[in-house]
Ligand binder design. Structure first.
Ligand code: FAD
Length: 692
């Protein structure tokens, strides 16, 4: 049989692998996997030594003419960046590379050649902030005196760039990252190609916004750079190498361990977004007494680590995919029999990164590293059409990939994940032709989920509380409900901790003891993310908190903290909490705890409740806020801090509207003026949001 390029490359990789094996890994280090190399010394920076931070040099030496930088928090921007890279390569023959903003310096951006292009895919996080990995870049570019090494003027005259932002229109600073970066680049003389795109998570149209933006962008770029479109051919980015000498029992095989230290059992800090701490859960319990809904309280013990947190911070939980979905996935791609085969995944080009450590097994990749339960991307459907089991299925896939309305009509109510979707399209026929590389490229890395810490760091510095509602929704016409990944995994952990040896929440099973039983004894990988959602430094200042449902999580921490301060004799200011849920008898979380805090705080603390399903009319927190208009306005005039936490889509917006109204009425000013007051409150941090 004829060898195609992939075969040759893979053979080459196998040869290297064999060589490395025979040399007992002496040279193996040359093709290191990213986690092992990055975290050997426990810090994300350790690997940077020796690797250039000069993007111009990097592109030159690797023969690239298009770099796609990403600023990503939850993985979506990173995913879009790699999609652009793939499309640029396959449709236009661009030599593309994807780059984490954190890994480069930008003071030589003025030497970026004019025959190359830089793309920026930038998510806006929280209150208009850059994502963690984009902070330095953002500060450099938008700083007062941005200075370039060559000192050209206008500095970025040669830079051609493309920009897309990921934002959420329910936030005040919608897409401010891409807007501000675009402004700064233009001001410095750079030339934007096409429009600066904006995706809106708030409207739920992120994917479609991205798809609608990219086609005219490619057209503009092709015309600017004189590119010719060719028929898109799939070119794998990763080579999959069978490691026949290894078994899952071999010590160097990753069975879901997230980095080398975990593999070697020397899990030490610093613990961060690259290196989670495998923390014991010291306590877990149910907070609801409803039959069909669950809300978890978990205490995560961080005393064995050097992790710390402050009241109002977030904790990230690293989930594991449910067994049934892992099985479904492996089965559909006919990998079930190979699930425990050991493979290495190698980047076939120097700028690509394998998103998990290897050697590993198919089972570990699917269970611990890929977001296999997430909604299906229409673009990925187009890519996969080429690998359909039959011409008929291929035609249907092509239509689904190209026709937005048809795609949404077909996927709309089903909560399909990729395996369920493909199986529905092929009517159960297996998909055996998809290269595993395409699967790795096409799916997002399994992302940690964030939770607003629901405890106070002065009350329990080494015990982080989580308050999480379990995601589960019935789907018409489908026997089993849709289930959220992380919350059902946590639910299973809770059941196990409370005596159920084989917990199966909604029929799901999880590898609760983790790779090589490393999570045994109820452990969960976590890291802490610091936030700006903070109590005033002066406890005597009044605070107003709006937190319906799990939005009350950080306020449990706030009130817990103030109750402790009051007990310690500190003068505590008025502490007003608006809480809402369906019924006082079902989902009124921490009911008895609030009573304890009340005792400690006396009339300083008041909890205003709204039960939406108890009266003839639905009552929500914003209605209660309105009823308290006069007092709220007075407290705000006394510089009370105003906090909103929880549902971004509706509640936070309505609370904002009520606040404008009550300020207008209370102060006898126009709504327009009141809006300005509220904006000012936000920009001075008097008004803080923690919404999702
Ligand atoms: P996922 O599997 O991630 O699903 C989440 C949602 O995505 C689903 O409900 C569904 O709408 C959609 N979805 C997923 N897969 C599909 C599919 N195949 N088809 C269609 N739709 C799909 N939550 C809390 O309960 N308490 C908190 O204190 C809290 N704090 C947070 C703080 C921050 C800063 C952020 C960003 C989020 C916070 N969240 C909180 C939300 C939390 O991070 C998780 O999103 C939530 O727990 C669901 O996670 P999951 O893995 O169970 O669900």
């Amino acid at each position: 049989a004829e060898l195609d390029t992939l075969d040759i490359v893979v053979l080459g990789v196998i040869l290297c692998g064999t060589l490395a094996y025979l040399t007992k890994g002496k040279f193996w280090g040359v093709v290191k996997d990213p986690y092992a190399s990055s975290f050997q010394n426990g810090t994300a920076n350790a690997n940077r030594a020796g690797r250039t931070r000069n993007i111009v040099e990097k592109m030159e030496e690797s023969g690239k003419n298009c770099v796609i930088f990403y600023g990503s928090q939850t993985g979506t921007a990173e995913d879009y960046a790699s999609r652009l890279a793939k499309e640029g390569k396959s449709r236009f023959g661009l030599e593309t590379m994807v780059a984490d903003l954190e890994e480069y310096d930008f003071d030589n951006l003025d030497t970026f050649p004019s025959d190359k292009v830089a793309m920026f895919v930038l998510a806006t996080y929280g209150e208009g902030e850059p994502t963690d990995n984009a902070v330095e870049f953002y500060e450099f570019l938008t700083g007062e005196d941005v200075a370039f090494s060559e000192g050209n003027d206008p500095a970025l005259e040669n830079l051609n760039y493309v920009a897309f932002g990921l934002g959420n229109n329910t936030y005040e600073h919608y897409n401010s990252m891409v807007r501000n970066v675009d402004k700064a680049l233009t001001k410095l003389g750079a030339h934007r190609i096409g429009d600066a795109g904006e995706g809106d998570d708030g409207a739920g149209t992120m994917e479609e916004d991205f798809l609608a933006w990219k086609d005219p962008m490619w057209a503009a770029l092709a015309s600017k750079m004189g590119l010719e479109e060719r028929e898109a051919v799939y070119e794998p980015i990763f080579g999959i190498v069978d490691r026949e000498g290894l078994t899952p029992e071999s010590a160097e095989v990753y069975l879901g361990e997230l980095n080398k230290m975990q593999l070697e059992g020397t899990n030490k800090g610093p613990f961060n977004a690259h290196n989670p701490y495998i923390a014991p859960i010291s306590e877990s319990r149910e907070l609801f007494s409803a039959k069909d809904r669950n809300c978890l309280h978990l205490d995560v013990d961080i005393s064995g680590s050097n992790l710390s947190y402050q009241t109002g911070d977030h904790i990230a939980v690293w989930p594991t995919n449910p067994g049934a979905e892992v099985d479904r996935f492996l089965d559909l791609f006919e990998l079930a029999e190979k699930r425990n085969n050991v493979i290495s995944v190698k980047a076939l080009e120097p700028t690509a990164k394998v998103p998990f450590p290897t050697p590993t097994t198919y089972d570990a990749i699917v269970r611990y590293h890929l977001e296999i339960c997430a909604p299906v991307s229409r673009q990925f459907v187009s890519t996969l059409a080429a690998f359909a089991p039959s011409e008929e299925i291929k035609a249907e896939m092509t239509r689904l990939g190209n026709d937005k309305d048809y795609f949404h009509e077909k996927t709309g109510p089903h909560f399909y994940n990729i395996a369920r979707f493909l199986s529905a399209v092929s009517k159960g026929e297996k998909w055996t032709k998809i290269p595993f590389s395409a699967i790795i490229e096409g799916l997002t890395k399994l992302q940690p989920r964030y939770y607003s810490i629901s405890s106070s760091s002065i009350v329990q510095p080494k015990k982080i509380s989580i308050t999480a509602v379990v995601e589960s929704q019935t789907i018409p016409g489908r026997g089993d409900p849709f289930r959220g990944v992380a919350t059902n995994y946590l639910f299973a952990l809770k059941q196990k901790q409370n005596g159920d040896e084989n917990p199966t929440p909604f029929g799901q099973t999880y590898e609760i003891t983790g790779p090589r039983n490393k999570y045994d004894g109820i452990h969960v990988p976590v890291h802490v993310r610091h936030s700006n959602f903070k109590l005033p430094s002066d406890p005597a200042k009044p605070i107003i908190m709006i937190g319906p449902g799990t939005g009350v999580a950080p306020f449990r921490g706030f009130v817990q903290e103030r109750a402790k301060q009051a007990k310690d004799g500190v003068n505590v200011g008025r502490t007003l909490l608006f809480f809402g849920c369906r019924k006082s008898t079902e989902d009124f979380m921490y009911k008895s705890e609030w009573e304890e805090y009340q005792e400690a705080l006396g009339d300083k603390f008041e909890m205003v409740t709204a039960f939406s399903r108890e009266g003839p009319k639905k009552v929500y927190v914003q209605h209660r806020l309105k009823e308290r208009a006069q007092e709220v306005n007075e407290l705000l005039l006394q510089k009370a801090s105003f906090y909103v936490c929880g549902d971004a889509a509706n509640m936070a917006r309505e609370v904002n509207a009520v606040l404008v109204q009550l300020i207008a009425e209370g102060r006898g000013v126009t709504e327009q003026k009141a809006e300005e007051v509220v904006k000012m409150m936000r920009s001075t941090n008097q008004y803080q949001e923690d919404v999702w």
